[in-house]
Ligand binder design. Structure first.
Ligand code: BES
Ligand code: ZN
Length: 974
């Protein structure tokens, strides 16, 4: 062998290592590249970042797909339903129905797929339906009919083909269970005058119309509905429109509702009850319905007062008159969500519609105004024009969540409603959108298929981020331009359906027609950055140079979620390399950011940040000035500054905080705390933003502070930081407590301003929880007085939640039992909620355990309230481990009951894991994920991922920050 070929062993090893590194790098780079490519594709096309999950089964038959084929199009339905409000011989509540649907064939086919779930269909000559042709056309004979239960279809296969352009009539007869499951056509029960009453009601959204009658149950499949209800003489039937005719015999009434407008199945509603209503002589046909007692008690009066003005507001705002001739609002004792925008017959939880001035708090009143406003906003946006498929749900719910503040502000102009969006939408959205496990607002339609996936679309991101980015859009377009485009969009698609880019088109047109408005890019281009990529930027302003830059804000930048992008699993060293490469190449994304800002001595200004970073000279300021960006918090981003500017803002807050707008004071607090949580600024800087609170009297900054401090309570109430923190907060809240003591004549009245009343509640609860002298004595004496005279509760409604919780926490069995009795007797739903949540405040473990058991018994705790009750218990330091054990022990039960529903299930998961912050808790959480991998997490899948990520972030943050936090509180305590 020639020596030219000789290579030393060391060299060979080195070469191999190098080659391996190169290979690894190439693979890593290509993975990163592909990831970025799909991200970029997502930015500029209509794609989103997460890909379609691989379809497991191979079948390509139409009935194995969740989406209906485009071969048939419904025209109208004739549906007759007869709910039985007494048990049948088998001890069941049922309804019977007959239904026909006229549909047109669009494409030649020998197959009819129609949704039908849990209905028992009558057989005609061995088939579950009858088919006839219209206007002289003969329909092909039915070959076979069967159920595809997973996809919830009745499958009808025909001997011959249906002809394009021709119409057919499909007829079915069926029975269904009128269960208490809060879905489809279901029953609700309540006690009145010692008698059990039963009513029949509906909840169709999103996929439950198919549980009431067979239908083409997709939002884009609009049709006209003729509904007829058969019911007892002494009951009333309601539906989307006014009853046309009533026929009675000796025992039954048949109420016939005429043709509706063209509408989606998920907006159909009907109710049979003996409820009463109130109405005013108005042109909109507004009525408020509820239990007879509640109406006689005047609990519907407030809703009646605001409904018509809000409808009128939206008519003006949308530049479109209310499309229907009546508007019923009905309060239901059992209702899963807060309210539902059925067209013309809006259904509500009792707490979201009924107000009793003697027992309800002003917060309850505000809730009613915003819920009514939200649902009425849908009457146009969502109902008149409907998004074709659930992937665009964020636009429907985000839009209503934005404009609900405009409608409520119109009805209650002194409530400062518009400012409150930053607490209830922007900051709420930030909290989940700063996690790697967040997701983009917009999804591809192929990504949303199963009922669980549809339910999961009803997320904080859809509602709150949706509202926040639409508010930003409306503000940079200016409201007149936004409203103009909106009105034209509604005109073009009225009684039809659309996709989100249709709205962008109309807004762009409105921009083009308005000379004053200039945008750096089109509405499409700007908005795509906000809706197609997840997360939001933190804008960093260096006032020494005037440099402005943006970066994706993440609480835990190193956290990697298991990406479903690549199915290859990498060994750990490779994963590390991959992550560092992503970081080195700085592949985070960018937004087009409209930044409104002000200087200390100068009025506001606006700039667009269109790159990663840019020099903006006016932002370079001298030493006695400061810059404040995101003025009035109109933008969906956080702001960070150079330290000098932070210091100047802090001293401004301490010397004269009023120079800074109220919402910006809240923003400074919330941004600072979250920048600190993400280790971008020092935690002591964030803590120092709370020092000026000594002088603060406004609600919004206090609420923002309280939330961030509550987060601290959760982290530290099991550690030595707690004492020092209590001492500091006690000092901070004392002036506020004393201030309200004076203006309320020693707590005998409440403040006059609406939001001042909220601040008063904060003052009382924080003062009591931190042990301000005199506070607990007050609350406990009030409660004792009530216990001594149960028929005369003199505690002010606003203060009840705080007082009840405090007294039950301090007390024992006697206080708890009293609270439980009062809960069972409560005739106002808002009062019942206050007690239900206060009962979770006890520190006695066996009481908490028994209370947990009650959540599985609908006679004690209604199904609609079970998961939130568990959530209340979990927020109690003693209750937390009990609730966690309870949920795990009964996982199958809860999954079966709530696993595919919206809201409830994801909230249950986030509530019971909310306090987690130790490595042990994290390992339990991961174990839980593994143990239940087979059952799955249904509509709570994302909530679980978020819980794991949040816990991981907290553990890491605590390790680094616990000591400085302790030291700071010690140095600031008296
Ligand atoms: N369309 C929803 C109700 C809904 C949610 C139905 C999830 C089915 C699944 C309604 O418009 C809504 O958003 N209601 C909110 C109240 C609103 C004021 C935010 C709710 O139920 O909490
Ligand atoms: Zn809504």
């Amino acid at each position: 062998m020639g020596k030219g070929y000789y290579i030393s062993k060391h060299l060979a090893t080195a070469a191999m290592v190098l080659a391996a590194i190169a290979l690894v790098t190439i693979i890593a780079l290509s993975v990163v590249y592909n990831r970025e490519k799909s991200k970029n594709a997502a930015k500029f096309t209509n794609a989103t970042t997460s890909p379609v999950p691989p379809t497991p089964k191979t079948s390509n038959e139409p009935w194995d797909k969740y989406r209906l084929p485009d071969t048939l199009s419904p025209e109208y339905y004739n549906v007759t339903l007869w709910p039985r409000l007494v048990k049948n011989v088998n001890g069941m509540y049922i309804f019977t129905g007959i239904s026909g649907v006229m549909f047109t064939c669009v494409k030649k086919t020998d197959l009819i797929l129609i949704h039908s779930n849990k209905l028992n269909l009558t057989l005609f000559k061995g088939h579950h339906a009858k088919l006839t042709g219209q206007s002289g056309v003969t329909a092909p004979a039915i070959k076979t009919t069967w159920f595809q239960t997973e996809k919830q279809y009745l499958v009808i296969q025909l001997e011959g083909k249906l002809k394009p352009g021709k119409s057919y009539w499909l007829y079915t007869e069926f029975t269904g269970e009128l269960a208490d499951d809060l879905e489809g056509f279901y029953r609700s029960e309540y006690m009145e005058d010692g008698e059990k009453k039963i009513i029949a009601i509906t909840q169709m959204q999103a996929t439950y119309a198919r549980k009431a009658f067979p239908c083409f149950d997709e939002p884009g499949m609009k049709a006209v509905f003729h509904i007829t209800l058969i019911h007892d003489l002494e009951t009333t039937a309601l539906s989307n429109i006014m009853g046309l005719e009533q026929h009675e015999n000796d025992i039954l009434t048949r109420t016939i509702f005429g043709p509706t407008k063209k509408m989606s199945t998920y907006l159909v509603a009907f109710v049979v009850s003996d409820f009463k209503y109130i109405s005013a002589k108005d042109k909109k046909g507004v009525r408020i319905w509820a239990r007879k007692k509640a109406i006689e008690d005047g609990q519907g009066d407030y809703a009646l007062k605001i409904t018509q003005p809000i409808l009128e507001f939206f008519e003006k705002y949308y530049n479109t008159s209310y499309p229907l001739s009546k508007s019923d609002q009905i309060a239901l004792p059992d209702f899963n969500s807060g309210a539902m925008e059925n067209w013309g017959l809006v259904t509500y939880r009792e707490t979201a519609l009924l107000y009793d001035p003697r027992t309800s708090a002003n917060g309850n009143k505000q809730r009613i105004a915003t819920v009514v406003s939200h649902e009425l906003a849908h009457m146009w946006f969502g109902n008149l024009v409907t998004l074709k498929w659930w992937n665009d749900l964020w636009l429907n719910e985000g839009f209503a969540s934005y404009v609900e503040y405009l409608g409520a502000d119109y009805a209650e102009p002194n409530w400062n409603m518009k400012d409150q969006t930053i607490l209830y939408d922007l900051q709420r959205a930030f909290a989940v959108d700063s996690l790697t496990s967040s997701h983009p607002l917009s999804r591809k339609k192929e990504e949303v298929n199963t009922p669980s996936e549809i339910s999961e679309m009803f997320s904080t991101i859809s509602y709150s981020k949706g509202a926040a980015v639409l508010k930003m859009l409306s503000e940079f377009l200016t409201e007149p331009v936004f409203a103009k485009g909106l009105g034209n969009y509604l005109k073009q698609f009225a009684f039809g359906s659309s996709v989100h880019s249709d709205l962008w088109d109309h807004l762009q047109k409105a921009v083009d027609q308005t000379p004053g408005v200039k945008l750096p890019y089109s509405v499409h281009e700007i908005m795509n950055r906000w809706i197609l990529q997840m997360g939001f930027p933190v804008i960093t302003i260096d006032t020494r140079t005037g440099n402005v830059s943006q970066k994706h804000f993440l609480l835990e930048p190193d956290y990697v979620v298991k990406h479903h992008h690549c199915n290859i699993t990498f060994p750990d060293p490779l994963k590390t390399l991959l992550i560092s490469l992503t970081a080195v190449l700085n592949l985070s994304y960018e937004w087009f950011v409209p930044i409104k800002w002000m200087k200390k001595h100068q009025v506001q200004d606006q700039l667009w940040l269109l790159q990663k970073s840019a020099l903006h000279k006016p932002m370079k300021v001298s030493k006695d000035e400061w810059v404040l960006a995101n003025l009035h918090v109109s933008g969906y981003f956080r702001v960070n500054y150079d330290l000098g500017n932070w210091e100047r803002l802090l001293s401004q807050l301490e010397s004269d905080h009023q120079v800074i707008p109220v919402v910006n004071r809240a923003q400074i607090l919330d941004d600072a705390f979250n920048l600190a949580r993400a280790s971008i600024i020092n935690i002591t800087l964030a803590l120092r933003t709370t020092k000026y609170l000594l002088h603060e009297r406004e609600y919004i900054p206090w609420e923002a502070a309280l939330r961030n401090l509550n987060y601290f309570f959760q982290l530290f109430d099991r550690s030595e930081v707690y004492g020092a923190m209590q001492a500091y907060l006690k000092k901070q809240v004392k002036p506020l407590f004393e201030y309200f003591g004076i203006i309320s004549s020693n707590w005998t009245t409440v403040a006059s301003g609406h939001t001042d009343q909220f601040t008063q509640i904060i003052a009382l609860s924080l003062a009591c929880s931190t042990g301000v002298e005199g506070c607990r004595e007050l609350t406990r004496s009030w409660f004792k007085k009530w216990m001594q005279n149960p028929h005369n509760n003199t505690i002010h409604p606003n203060l009840r939640s705080t007082v009840y919780c405090d007294a039950i926490a301090a007390g024992g069995t006697e206080e708890w039992n009293f609270g439980w009795q009062m809960f069972q007797k409560a005739t106002v739903a808002a009062e019942a909620v206050k007690l239900r949540s206060a009962l979770a405040c006890t520190k006695v473990p066996w009481l908490l355990n028994r209370y947990l058991e009650y959540t599985m018994n609908p006679e004690k705790i209604r199904k609609q309230d079970a998961t939130s009750t568990i959530g209340y218990i979990a927020s109690n330091i003693i209750g937390q481990p009990l609730a966690w054990d309870f949920v795990r022990a009964n996982w199958d039960y809860f999954f079966k009951l709530y696993g595919t529903g919206s809201f409830t299930f994801s909230r249950l998961i986030s509530d019971v894991t909310y306090r987690f912050c130790t490595p042990f808790e994290l390992s339990q959480l991961k174990r839980f994920q593994k143990d239940n991998a087979e059952t799955g997490f249904g509509s709570g899948t994302q909530a679980l991922q978020q819980a794991i990520e949040k816990t991981t972030a907290k553990i890491k943050w605590l390790a680094e920050n616990k000591e400085p936090v302790l030291q700071w509180f010690l140095s600031e305590s008296p």
